[in-house]
Design a protein around this ligand. Sequence first.
Ligand SMILES: Nc1ncnc2c1ncn2[C@@H]1O[C@H](COP(=O)(O)OP(=O)(O)OP(=O)(O)O)[C@@H](O)[C@H]1O
Length: 225
Amino acid sequence: MGELIRVEHVSRDFGKGTNVVHAVRDVSFMASQGELVAVRGRSGAGKTTLLNIVGGLDKPTSGKVFVDGVDVSHAGESELVTLRRRSIGFVFQSFGLVPILSAAENVGVPLRLAKVGAAEREQQVAVLLELVGLGAHAKQRPYELSGGQQQRVAVARALANDPKLLIADEPTGQLDSETGRSIMDLLRAIVHARGMTALVATHDAALIDLADRVLVLRDGALVEP
Ligand SMILES: Nc1ncnc2c1ncn2[C@@H]1O[C@H](COP(=O)(O)OP(=O)(O)OP(=O)(O)O)[C@@H](O)[C@H]1O
C-alpha cells in the first residue's frame, strides 16, 4: 500500500525562553494507506499537538509533514482548507456536533460545504448513517442521542467527504469502556473496508490492540512501545 503520511523530524514548541514547552520533539514516522495507527501517551505527552500538525490545524516549529503528497507544514491557509475538506476527516473527544441540527443534517454539513445537491446529499447521508448503525435516528438532534450515538454521527460526518485520512483525537474519551470499544471497532472496520488511513490518539490501553501499529509518545518524543 502507498504512503499517505510522512512526518519528518517534527518539533513543536509553545512559549518562549524559560517558559518554553517542548510539546513534540523530533518525531518522525510514516503511515500507509489502509493503516490504523494509534498514538498513545499520557495526558500532556503531545498527542493532540501531533494530530493537529498532521491535520494541518497547527504548524510545527521545525520539521516537515506530508499528507497525500502535500507539505502541510508549509502550505498556505487556502491550500490547507482544500486539503482538509477533500482529504481529511476529523473526530474529536467532545463529538463537536451542531446542537440545533438533526443527525442527518450534521452528517450533511461537509456535503453542503462541497456543494453537493440536495437529492444526492440526502442519499449519501442515508448511506453514512446506515454505515454507523443509526439509520433509524436520522431526525434526532444530538441531545436526543446517547454519547456513543453522538460519536457515531460524528464518525459518519467525518466520512462524508470520503477522506483518505481520518484523524481522531481521543474519540472514546467521553464514553464508557464498552461503548468506546464499539466506536473503535467501527473505526477499524471502516478504515479497513475503505482503505483509509486513521491516526487515533488514545490513552486507553484496552483500545490499543485494535490498532495495526502503535506510536508511543512520552514527553513529546516517540519511544518504543
Ligand atoms: N496552545 C498551547 N500553548 C501552550 N502550551 C500548550 C499548548 N497546547 C499544548 N500545550 C502543551 O503541550 C504539551 C502537550 O499537550 P497535548 O495537548 O498535545 O498533550 P496530549 O497528549 O494530547 O494530552 P491530553 O491527553 O491531556 O489531551 C502539554 O504540556 C501542554 O500543556
